[in-house]
Design a binder for this molecule. Structure first.
Ligand code: SF4
Length: 325
């Protein structure tokens, strides 16, 4: 039986942070190891709806992080969206069968308008159409997403059903696979971890930087003195311990509630565990980065493999569209 195909894309954002790792990369690696046919794409066309800045550099650093974290170009196709331009052609066909009102009503579009009111470009409205083309061009069976991306995936499924109804059963309707750790808060303890809010901790950061950033993390606001018991369930440091300190998490929970442990010691422990967790990652990254061509060679090989799939899909798509009487 053919292996199920997984597709996911991420904007080129350079060095990855804990939110990227826990919310996406870790899951990418798990799916790769579970025997799916995995395709991971750097979606630079999508990034352009916000900014054109440093796309090449951002791509290189992100893909280095991906590979150092376990994505294996022998097992997964890693490539850049714009290197297979067929996606734009498919997006165009989709745009002609998509009601504009449907796109304007998407909550993600409204959020983007709020986030960048001075740059509400045409690409921003068409973003979900291009995303539908990304997924369907490679006939993905499964798309792993966080809850915030779910409306886009539902939209993709609708587009596929509409296309197949109009032109015949050419495209695959993808299933949604929710990621296990969908929202990672930043060091402010309030907002989702993000570089633009400068509340992030990079996974390739040197140990001293990790320590500094962890020490800045907001804890339970009620714990204003060392002797006041804390509430781990409202503390972001504790959420991180759940992942990085599995053997100590029960003890921390108890000692926080009884004020036996202070926030400074609790954070020091977390910082050390994060540093230890990513030590093999940092070592591997350094080795991969030593060859400046390596990332580009991997992405070129990925482009070749992705293009072969895309060309086949587009032959079927064109055949179906141009057969309409
Ligand atoms: Fe959070 Fe740890 Fe402080 Fe408790 S002791 S409030 S879990 S940082």
């Amino acid at each position: 039986m053919a292996r199920k195909r997984v597709f996911s894309g991420a904007r080129p954002t350079g060095h990855q942070h804990l939110g990227n790792y826990l919310g996406a990369i870790r899951n990418y690696v798990a799916l790769q190891e579970q025997g799916y046919e995995t395709i991971y794409c750097v979606v630079d066309f999508h990034a352009m709806t916000t900014s054109f800045g440093n796309l090449k550099e951002m791509t290189k650093e992100m893909v280095l992080d991906w590979m150092a974290a376990g994505l294996d170009p022998e097992k997964s196709i890693l490539f850049v969206q714009s290197s297979v331009p067929e996606v734009v052609e498919l997006a165009w066909y989709f745009s002609t069968i998509t009601p504009l009102g449907r796109l304007l009503r998407l909550p993600t579009f409204k959020e983007k308008v709020r986030a960048q009111p001075d740059n509400v470009n045409y690409g921003l409205v068409g973003y979900p159409v291009l995303m539908a083309a990304d997924i369907t061009l490679y006939k993905a069976d499964i798309v792993p997403v966080g809850v915030d991306q779910a409306p886009h995936l539902e939209f993709t499924r609708e587009v596929v059903r509409r296309f197949n109804r109009l032109f015949g059963p050419v495209l695959v309707e993808p299933e949604i696979l929710y990621t296990e750790f969908p929202k990672v808060l930043g060091i402010d303890g309030v907002n989702k971890m993000s570089k633009s809010l400068n509340n992030h901790i990079e996974i390739a950061a040197p140990p001293e930087e990790v320590r500094q950033r962890v020490m800045m993390m907001v804890t339970d606001p009620q714990r204003t003195h060392r002797h006041i018991p804390g509430r781990p369930e409202v503390c972001n440091v504790f959420s991180m311990h759940k992942f990085f300190s599995p053997d100590e998490v029960e003890r921390i929970d108890q000692e926080c509630r009884t004020a036996e442990i202070g926030c400074v010691d609790c954070k020091k422990l977390l910082a050390q565990n994060i540093i230890d967790y990513f030590a093999p990652f940092r070592e591997k990254r350094e080795k991969l980065a030593a060859d400046p061509n390596y990332v580009w060679d991997v992405l070129e090989e990925g482009r070749r493999r992705a293009k072969a799939i895309a060309e086949k899909t587009m032959e079927e798509v064109r055949e179906a569209i141009y057969s309409v009487k």
